[in-house]
Design a protein around this ligand. Structure first.
Ligand code: PEP
Length: 255
C-alpha cells in the first residue's frame, strides 16, 4: 500500500565529482523490493545525477527546494517547470533549515506545495519541533499545526503525491536520535491526524519518514516500527556504504 523510502539530503555538501561518484555507487545498490531511494541533490548537479542514477534500480533524485511561483523575475530561484524540464519530479519542502534560515512560513510552504503538486511533483514535506517545544510538551500540537497549516486545504487526490518527513530539530545533525518509541508515537499521531482530515485509506497510504541522525546503527530499529516508513537522512547519506546499509535496513514490507 505505502512505500518504504530511504531519502538522502545532501544539503550544500559535496563537490561535483564527489557527487557523481556517490551517485554512481548508489546506482549499483540492490534496492529491496517495495523501496524507493531518493537523493536530495543540490540544484546545479541535478540533471547530471539524474542521468547517472537512471531508472534501473528505484533510485531517483529530488530537488531540495523550489519557488512558489511558476516563473518570473525572481533572481536566483528555481521553478518546478525548470526542474521538470530536466526530469526531476520530487521536491523536498519545509526542511527546518529553510524554515529557520530562509524564514519559510507555513503559509509560504502551502503555496510551494500547491505549485509543486500542480506540476505533478511528489512532495517530501518536512515538519518537526524544537527541543524547547518538546520540553514544554507542545510537540504534538506544534507538528500537527505545521501539517494542518500547509497541507489541510489539499484535495484527497493530492495526497498520493505527499510524503511526510518528521524531523525533530533537536535530532538533526546532532548525533542525538529520537528513540524508536518517540518517533513511532509522533508518526502515529501524524497518521491519525491525516486519517481524521482525509480518511483512513489516505492515511494508511501515506509514507511517513523519520529524520534526525539516522545511521546504519539505528536505522533497523527505527524502520521496524509500524508507522515509520523510512528515513530522510542527512550526514549518513553522504557516504555510499553508510547509505547502502540504511537502504537495506527495511524489515517491514508494506503493500
Ligand atoms: C536532515 O538534514 O534532514 C537530517 C535529518 O540530517 P541528519 O541525518 O544529518 O541529522
Amino acid at each position: 500500500m505505502r512505500k518504504n523510502i530511504a531519502a538522502g539530503n545532501w544539503k550544500m555538501n559535496l563537490s561535483y565529482s564527489d557527487a557523481k561518484a556517490l551517485a554512481t555507487d548508489l546506482s549499483k545498490v540492490d534496492v529491496p523490493a517495495g523501496t524507493d531511494v531518493i537523493l536530495g541533490v543540490p540544484h546545479p548537479y541535478l540533471a547530471q545525477i539524474n542521468e547517472i542514477v537512471g531508472t534501473a534500480n528505484s533510485v531517483s533524485v529530488a530537488a531540495q527546494n523550489c519557488h512558489e511561483k511558476e516563473k518570473g523575475a525572481y533572481t536566483g530561484e528555481v521553478s518546478t517547470g525548470m526542474l521538470d524540464s530536466i526530469g526531476v519530479k520530487t521536491v523536498i519542502l519545509g526542511h527546518s533549515e529553510r524554515r529557520e534560515y530562509q524564514k519559510e512560513s507555513d503559509a509560504l510552504l502551502s503555496e510551494k506545495v500547491k505549485v509543486a503538486l500542480a506540476a505533478g511533483f511528489r512532495v517530501i514535506f518536512c515538519c518537526g519541533e524544537t527541543l524547547t517545544t518538546r520540553e514544554a510538551a507542545a510537540h504534538f500540537d506544534y507538528v500537527g499545526g505545521q501539517i494542518k497549516n500547509s497541507l489541510f486545504d489539499l484535495k484527497n487526490e493530492d495526497w498520493k503525491n505527499i510524503v511526510i518527513a518528521y524531523e525533530p530539530i533537536w535530532a538533526i545533525g546532532t548525533g542525538v536520535t529520537a528513540s524508536p518509541e518517540q518517533a513511532q508515537e509522533m508518526h502515529a499521531h501524524i497518521r491519525k491526524l491525516i486519517s481524521d482530515g482525509f480518511g483512513t485509506e489516505i492515511a494508511e497510504a501515506t509514507s511517513i519518514l523519520y529524520g534526525g541522525s539516522v545511521k546504519p546503527a539505528n536505522a533497523k530499529e527505527l524502520f521496524a516500527k509500524k508507522d515509520i516508513d523510512g528515513g530522510l537522512v542527512g550526514g549518513a547519506s553522504l557516504k555510499a556504504a553508510d547509505f547502502e546499509q540504511i537502504i537495506k535496513s527495511f524489515q517491514l514490507a508494506r503493500k
